[in-house]
Design a binder for this molecule. Structure first.
Ligand SMILES: Nc1ncnc2c1ncn2[C@@H]1O[C@H](COP(=O)(O)OP(=O)(O)OP(=O)(O)O)[C@@H](O)[C@H]1O
Length: 796
């Protein structure tokens, strides 16, 4: 239904044209009129509108009223029903005049009506073919007041404002509204253009007080303006966003074109899209994702031909490939772990026990945080392979890096990206390679870290190994924090003395000592031989290694506390057998001591001290090296000369000082020891430790050197079968030393019968297996003098 404003509405004509009284001369208002129900909109007095009606009854009513120039009453339906009856009509409506009929068919009629006044239906008098009813006029209040004038002005202003804010209105309505001063017309006209529900408009029609209507209209207009303002604001924001998006799109298109010109064409765009996807997939922490996104933005601006592009790209690749949140699932079944450890290693009860405790705590606490384990012991005693077993038992990835000889801090923590060819440190590189953030990380040979002008790698490790700090480890290259707290670090060392004090403090040391001959025999049978047979493809040609043959290898072809060389020699024999099989020669099936010599050549080591004669000035000592214990022979000789001490055999500072201390002790106690007090005035003393190419150090050869000197100066031969170890002080006290088990094993291997130990090492000796202890006699001393008669024979 379209509403149009009657053009004839102007102040001068208002009264004559739009007001109608019962006695008015245009159309008389009869007592009974036809009632026309409309569905949608209300016809207000003094306004015209086009209505379209259906149904024969209504068409007849309109046609008759038009022909007879009679009034009709237009009322609105309360609710939409298929065939409405008069109960469904509102009582109050508008008496109207049919101004013109546009078209009339048998079914519809379209006409222009003009509202005349408010009426009330009092009683329906006819319902067929159309309704007629008795009506009465609803007279409007018409007093004038200042309030009404102000209200009219306010409504005008708000209406105009609403139009300015985008209210859709016929184009000549604003100039026209300025001319209206009648409050009733003003209220009705504005009501027509308000977006109100039909019920609300009906209420306004029913109100006879124009001032009240004006107030309500004012209120609705106000609300309408507020909504429009809000809509405008939202629209502005949306438009701004749109503009921004359009601008970005436009710029990106431009950039693409520029990049294409510069040679950075589509393939690279595809690469960037891929990188963007990968960044999202990498599950990085929020702050890292931000860094990566920024770097990607930077990468877009770099010419792919420039070296800087590669640097930036490599950096991004590292950020993407770091397993920020990728974990392997731990297998915390203690029995299974114990089985795996036993499968891989012989004995090592204490170590295995400690590892199982570790796993048990992990199972209870969920997060394995705590001391870093450090396996300390001679080479080849199974430190690295234990680490592998733990990884296997836990179901974690295993990483191993050797710290031996590392001098540059950047090896641990990476170079800053400003350096040419910068890369992340070994820690982050290996974690990237493992693809999980919770591997077992073995830092091998922590005792061999160096230090120079390029920094102190040990200090960098302090952060890595500190559970309180390593949750935010920052690699210099990556420059973002990575959480290392899920990584299980295990370190290995041969000796603890050279390990940085602070590092040692962070670790729980588990000692692995060397193996005795018997143990080696068992390990060879149970582990090393089956392993080498498998590795050399001899599964189908079983080889029988006799005990005597293995013992021969252990004694004559290896000199170690561990098993590495033993395994190597066994591997060598297996290879020789493999060659026999392939060369179709006669295949050796049983390995006897003779076969060992045939395959491995002449013996490599001569330990047997019993093979040598007792001599003056030559004493058997025990040393502890990285390969375990070893025996050494300290030789001293005296020549004509004057107060000179010569030391040879690549002796370290501590060993040299021990030699000087021994000499001083003898010189100051010469008389008591039965030595000429002036011997040094006329002689030069030379102390030599054979195997001159091997560096030796440590204080434990002190008492050996002292006894060698006493032997020389008293001309009493030293028993070769007696070996000594202990530190000496200037007053002749003997101090305890380390590596007792390794030294004892080496002594037994070499055929030593008696060993002289500092009294304070008694506990260490008693901790060793009884079987081993029974093979050697031990003499404890507190003072060097107590060793003299044990080691030296009487003058010949
Ligand atoms: N108790 C053992 N039972 C079975 N095999 C063992 C045992 N101890 C060591 N091995 C074997 O000895 C070989 C050498 O061990 P591994 O490499 O672990 O020595 P390591 O202590 O790490 O030496 P390094 O200090 O030189 O690194 C391995 O093949 C290992 O399987």
């Amino acid at each position: 239904m379209q509403v149009t404003f009657n053009n004839s509405l102007n102040p001068s004509m208002e009264k004559t044209t739009f007001t109608l009284h019962k006695n008015g001369d245009s159309i008389p208002l009869p007592e009974i009129i036809s009632i026309i129900p409309v569905k949608e909109d209300i016809v207000f007095p003094r306004l015209v509108r086009v209505i379209e009606l259906y149904g024969k009854g209504l068409i007849t009513a309109i046609n008759e009223a038009h022909a007879k120039n009679e009034c009709i009453g237009i009322v609105v339906l309360k609710y939409h029903v298929a065939s409405p009856r008069h109960e469904d009509f509102y009582d109050i409506g508008t008496a109207s005049k049919v101004v013109r009929i546009f078209e009339s068919t048998s079914d519809t009629i379209k006409c222009l009506v003009e509202g005349l006044m408010r009426i009330k239906v009092t009683e329906y008098t006819q319902t067929e073919p159309y309704c007629t009813a008795k009506i009465e006029e609803l007279r409007e209040f018409s007093e004038k007041s200042e309030t009404i004038d102000v209200l009219i002005q306010s409504v005008k202003t708000l209406f105009k404002l609403s139009a300015m804010l985008g209210k859709a209105l016929p184009k000549d309505i604003i100039p026209m509204i300025d001319t209206i001063n009648n409050p009733s017309i003003m209220a009705d006209l504005v009501t027509v253009y308000l977006d109100l529900h039909i019920d609300e408009k009906q209420k306004l029609l029913e109100m006879v007080d124009p001032q009240k209507r004006l107030r309500i209209v004012f209120h609705y207009l106000n609300k309408d303006i507020q909504v429009r303002e809000l809509k405008g604001k939202i629209n502005d924001e949306v438009a701004k966003e749109m503009l921004k998006a359009q601008r970005e799109f436009f710029l990106k298109e431009q950039m693409k074109a520029i990049q294409k010109e510069l040679g950075k064409d589509e393939p690279h765009m595809a690469e960037f899209i891929k990188l963007e996807e990968n960044i999202k997939k990498a599950e990085m922490p929020k702050e890292v994702e931000l860094v990566a996104t920024k770097e990607l933005e930077r990468l877009r601006d770099i010419n792919p031909a420039s070296p800087e592009y590669t640097v930036s790209r490599t950096y991004l690749d590292y950020l993407i490939n770091i397993p920020w949140n990728k974990k392997t699932v731990d297998n915390l079944d203690i029995n299974q772990a114990s089985k795996i450890l036993d499968e891989d290693h012989y004995d090592l009860k204490k170590v295995k026990e400690r590892i199982l405790e570790f796993l048990a705590v992990h199972k209870l606490k969920e997060k394995l945080k705590g001391p870093i384990l450090c396996f300390c012991g001679p080479t080849g005693t199974g430190k690295t392979s234990l680490g592998k077993s733990i990884a296997r038992a836990l179901g974690r990835k295993f990483i191993r890096i050797s710290l031996g000889g590392i001098r540059d801090e950047a090896e641990i923590r990476g170079h800053r990206r400003t350096y040419v060819g910068a890369l992340p440190g070994r820690i982050m590189q290996e974690i990237c390679r493992a693809g999980a953030c919770n591997p077992i990380f073995m830092l091998d040979e922590i005792d061999k870290i160096g230090e120079d002008f390029r920094g102190d790698p040990a200090s960098a490790l302090l952060e890595v190994l500190d559970p309180e700090q390593n949750f935010s480890f920052v690699d210099h290259y990556l420059d973002v924090a990575f959480d290392l707290s899920d990584v299980l670090f295990i370190t290995t060392a041969n000796i603890l003395d050279t390990v940085h004090v602070a590092l040692r403090d962070r670790m729980e040391v588990i000692y692995l000592s060397g193996y005795s001959e018997d143990e080696k025999l068992k390990i060879a049978h149970q582990f090393l031989i089956p392993k080498q047979i498998k590795e050399n493809g001899l599964e189908k040609y079983p080889v029988d290694f006799q005990d005597a043959a293995i013992t021969k290898i252990v004694l004559e072809y290896t000199r170690e506390a561990g098993l590495r060389n033993l395994e190597r020699e066994i591997a060598s024999i297996c290879r020789k057998i493999a060659k026999e099989i392939v060369g179709e020669a006669q295949v050796t099936k049983i390995i006897l001591p003779e076969t060992v010599e045939k395959f491995l050549g002449p013996r490599k080591f001569f330990y047997q001290v019993t093979e040598e004669e007792d001599k003056i000035g030559v004493v058997t000592g025990l040393a502890w090296t990285e390969t375990g214990g070893d025996i050494i022979f300290i030789e001293v000789s005296r020549m004509r000369g004057e107060k000179q001490l010569t030391l040879t055999g690549l002796l370290g500072d501590i060993m040299q000082e021990s030699a000087i201390a021994s000499l001083s002790y003898i010189r100051s106690n010469a008389k008591r020891l039965g030595i000429d007090e002036t011997f040094y005035d006329t002689s030069e003393i030379h102390i030599h430790v054979p195997s001159g190419a091997i560096p030796k150090d440590g204080p434990s050869a002190g008492i050996t050197m002292c006894i060698a000197l006493i032997s020389l100066l008293t001309c009493r031969p030293a028993k070769r079968e007696v070996a000594l170890t202990g530190e000496i002080t200037l007053t002749g006290n003997v101090l305890p030393i380390g590596g007792v088990k390794e030294k004892i094993l080496a002594a037994i291997r070499a055929g030593v019968k008696t060993i002289v130990l500092p009294l304070k090492n008694k506990d260490d000796f008693e901790e060793i297996d009884k079987e081993i202890r029974e093979k050697i006699q031990c003499v404890y001393i507190e003072k060097i003098d107590e060793a003299i008669d044990v080691v030296l024979s009487q003058k010949p």
